[in-house]
Design a binder for this molecule. Structure first.
Ligand SMILES: Cc1ncc(COP(=O)(O)O)c(C=O)c1O
Length: 419
């Protein structure tokens, strides 16, 4: 560990070797040991992603539209591709953000401002109604923006209970929220029904497609049972989709898409003329923004196109279905829904002699970083193409762990903070 800034510099070759060496400290994601964080297809794609980022490693997207016209052009292309992919009507608007968390934050901040303008003089405490399965970034935004997050119990398949959500809506509700799919179980909330509720009650509906946005359109074309979830659904006001997940861009890339571009006026931040340099404007939360993330997203989306995304999605869904079928065939285990709706799933024990947390502990010991659920107790796995070659190896280890737990009576406990 360094304790001071070195007085002289170190050559890049040495540093490069050190970085490669340091990676040995990490979980071996290339061998599919991680259930999240990593979205990787092959070295060619990684090269495009990284070189595009590096080409714009110095530019600053705060200057997009002013001094970096190339970034404005790239953002227009990304918007055009996204509008088509997500069935946006004419007049839609898009913001490029640093990730799912910022997209959700910006959606909620914009809905809050829109609500205040629509209801002048409104003074009550504001709230947002979301299913229990919504990503915690919603609560992070609520904490910062002083919006109470009303999390409502979900129905039997872990999908939003629309009637219960409707009952929780009141005159202080700035937004209703659905996931497509949620990160916990990989199921889609009933977006069409939420859209009807939004239209009936004049509510802002945000659909969180951060995980699924860049996999669902392609999985649907491959024949997987993906429900309608994007701007094709009447009543959806805004949606988010992360290019830095299954879009395979470098980290720092997500999209917030508004049905109506006019909403961007409520999103932008402007600090007025009293500042010595005059008016300062940002479209999203960040000030200086990584131009590399925009260049990487632009390059990767063009490099892959429909054909490439169909290939990355096929590899991902083949691996997912391999896991699900294999786990369902292991006596004592049962996969939670969905089957083929997304590349995220959970599994639980249906045998009292098999403690699923003990199974997770054994898998951890075998080098798998095991994602855990606690409502219900289970194991959660997000799938990306690196998992395809190791499906059989994982299933063998799960089978062995289940047999060992059944034979030994070993028990385990839920651990917080896993993937
Ligand atoms: C459904 C969903 N929403 C939001 C997020 C937050 O995204 P990020 O980690 O890019 O901020 C995630 C991350 O996994 C997610 O799966």
């Amino acid at each position: 560990m360094l304790t001071t800034l070195p007085s002289t510099g170190t050559d890049w070759e040495t540093l490069r070797s050190e970085l490669i060496e340091m990676k040995k400290l990490d979980v071996d994601w290339r061998r599919g040991r991680l259930p999240a964080y990593i979205y990787y297809y092959d070295e060619n794609l990684r090269q495009v992603q990284s070189e595009a980022y590096a080409l714009y490693g110095v530019e600053n997207a705060l200057g997009a539209g002013k001094v970096f016209k190339s970034l404005t052009a790239m953002l227009a292309d990304i918007g055009g591709m996204a509008f088509d992919l997500f069935h946006a009507p004419a007049g839609a608007g898009m913001s490029f953000t640093s990730g799912g968390t910022e997209s959700l934050f910006e959606a909620i901040k914009t809905a809050r401002k829109f609500f205040r303008i629509k209801h002048p003089g409104h003074s009550g405490p504001l709230n947002l109604v979301a299913p229990m399965t919504a990503h915690p970034a919603v609560n992070k935004a609520g904490e910062i923006l002083d919006v109470d997050i009303r999390r409502i119990e979900v129905g039997p398949e872990h999908r939003a209970d629309v009637d219960a959500m409707a009952a929780a809506v009141d005159g202080n509700t700035i937004m209703i929220f659905g996931s497509a799919p949620c990160f916990t179980f990989g199921v889609f909330d009933p977006i069409a029904a939420l859209g009807r509720l939004a239209l009936e009650r004049g509510l802002w509906l945000h659909v969180d497609g951060c995980w699924g946005g860049f996999i669902s359109p392609f999985a649907k074309r491959l024949g997987y049972p993906i429900p309608d979830w994007d701007l094709a659904v009447p009543g959806v006001t805004s949606m988010s989709a992360d290019i830095h997940k299954f879009g395979f861009a470098s980290k720092g890339a997500s999209l917030l898409v508004f049905r109506d571009e006019a909403m961007k006026a409520y999103e932008r931040f402007e600090y007025g003329s009293s500042w010595a340099k005059g008016t300062y404007v940002t479209p999203t939360f960040l000030g200086s923004r990584p131009a590399g993330a925009i260049a990487s997203a632009w390059a990767v989306m063009r490099y892959l196109g429909w054909e490439g995304y169909m290939a990355t999605t096929k590899a991902t869904m083949d691996a997912t279905m391999g896991f699900i079928r294999g786990i369902d065939a292991i006596p004592g285990l049962r996969c939670l829904r969905p089957n083929g709706e997304s590349n995220l799933f959970g599994f639980v024990s249906n045998d009292p002699a098999v403690d699923i947390m003990a199974v997770a502990d054994l898998l951890d010991k075998k080098g798998w970083a095991t994602g855990r659920l606690h409502r219900p107790l289970g194991i959660q796995q997000g799938v990306n193409p690196v998992h395809l070659p190791i499906v059989g190896e994982y299933l063998d280890d799960v089978r062995e762990a289940v047999e060992q737990v059944r034979a030994s009576g070993q028990t385990g406990a839920f651990k917080d903070g896993t993937y």
